[in-house]
Design a protein around this ligand. Structure first.
Ligand SMILES: NCc1[nH]cc(CCC(=O)O)c1CC(=O)O
Ligand SMILES: [Mg+2]
Length: 337
């Protein structure tokens, strides 16, 4: 037997395992809790009636027509999920170079908002403010002859889109495009139009991530984007300090909440932002993260419930106040068991 002539640290006065021994003491010292209040449920919305389409790269996620979306909203309410985020799937014939369908008062997103607010008024509705579902090229903005995404011209369209969402009854508008100055422009327009209660969830630190692939399949922008990329507006995954600069600007321009995206590979950013600003901080557990966990679970390689709940608690532990995740209804059901 090895003989130690000096005490090994603080042992045995301090035995870290004492508190871990029993369930009651583990519960007493648990630092982070997860509840359905932490969840935002993203849903893809389709034209038509009674339409339900699977997303091949996201097993378990479906695109729903508005009538079925309203059923899902009732389910969210029953499960105690505070809010839903809507992502419209726009038919090719409604896409254009100027993305004018984005601010059509009778567009798919605007009709979806009205239908849900009519049926389930207490459920928070978040709309995506970005042009990629509406452009023929799949970029989040208007482009010049060289294909460069124009900032200020795009912001003008985003403002019209955000106002049309607020007029339809959206509680939160969420610009996910990464143009400069759009938060300030949208805030000013909302105030001027009397929408002083409409919250802005700013995608402040949105990275140019390859984890968005399944989402682009789901909304059908992958084919339009082709071999294009979003490097001239979304952030470089190598950067962290820049996220602080981005968040500071969006808060100064009037954001109520900020979003870090993607989720698990970017938890260092979540922690930095939360520590630095102490504002409502959301994290987007994106489509590729969903696809990875789902695929491994379907193969029997991971225990789905265990790994998903671990992913959720990790995002909260990093400082997230709310988690936007395709797993939201699963998580709410597991928490209710
Ligand atoms: N405005 C685009 C948008 N909004 C949400 C996502 C991705 C979300 C996900 O992967 O779940 C994207 C993709 C992109 O930037 O190309
Ligand atoms: Mg910015």
């Amino acid at each position: 037997m090895i003989q130690f002539d000096t005490p090994r640290g603080a042992y045995p006065v301090t035995r870290m395992r004492r508190m871990r021994r029993d369930d009651f003491s583990r519960r007493l010292m648990r630092e982070t809790v997860l509840t359905p209040d932490d969840l935002i449920w993203p849903i893809f919305v389709l034209e038509g009636k009674g339409q339900r389409e699977a997303v091949p790269s996201m097993p378990g996620v479906e695109r729903l027509s508005i009538d079925l979306l309203v059923e899902a909203a009732r389910e969210a309410q029953r499960l105690g999920i505070p809010a839903m985020a809507l992502f419209p799937v726009i038919p090719m014939e409604a896409k254009s170079l100027d993305a004018r369908e984005a601010y059509n008062p009778d567009g798919l997103a605007q009709r979806a908002v009205r239908a849900i607010k009519n049926a389930v008024p207490e459920l928070g509705i978040i709309t995506d403010v970005a042009l990629d579902p509406f452009t023929t090229h799949g970029q989040d903005g208007l482009i010049d002859d060289a294909g460069y995404v124009l900032n200020d011209e795009t912001v003008d369209v985003l403002v019209r889109q955000a106002i049309s969402h607020a007029e339809a009854g959206a509680d939160i508008v969420a610009p996910s495009d990464m143009m400069d100055g759009r938060i300030g422009a949208i805030r000013a327009a909302l105030e001027a139009a009397g929408h002083i209660h409409t919250r802005i969830l700013a995608y402040s630190a949105k990275y140019a991530s390859s984890y968005y692939g399944p989402f682009r399949d789901a909304v059908g922008s992958a084919a339009n984007l082709g071999s294009g990329n979003k490097y001239t507006y979304q952030m470089d995954p190598a950067n962290a300090e820049e996220s602080i600069h981005e968040v500071a600007l969006d808060l100064a321009e009037g954001a109520d909440m900020v979003m870090i995206k993607p989720g698990m590979p970017y938890l260092d950013i979540v922690r930095r932002v939360k520590d630095q600003f102490g504002v409502p901080t959301c994290v987007y557990h994106v489509s590729g993260e969903y696809a990875m966990l789902k695929a491994a679970s379907q193969n029997g390689w991971l225990n789905e419930k265990a790994v998903v709940l671990e992913a959720m608690i990790s995002m909260k532990r990093a400082g997230a106040d709310a988690i936007l995740t395709y797993y939201a209804p699963y998580v709410a059901r597991w928490l209710a068991e």
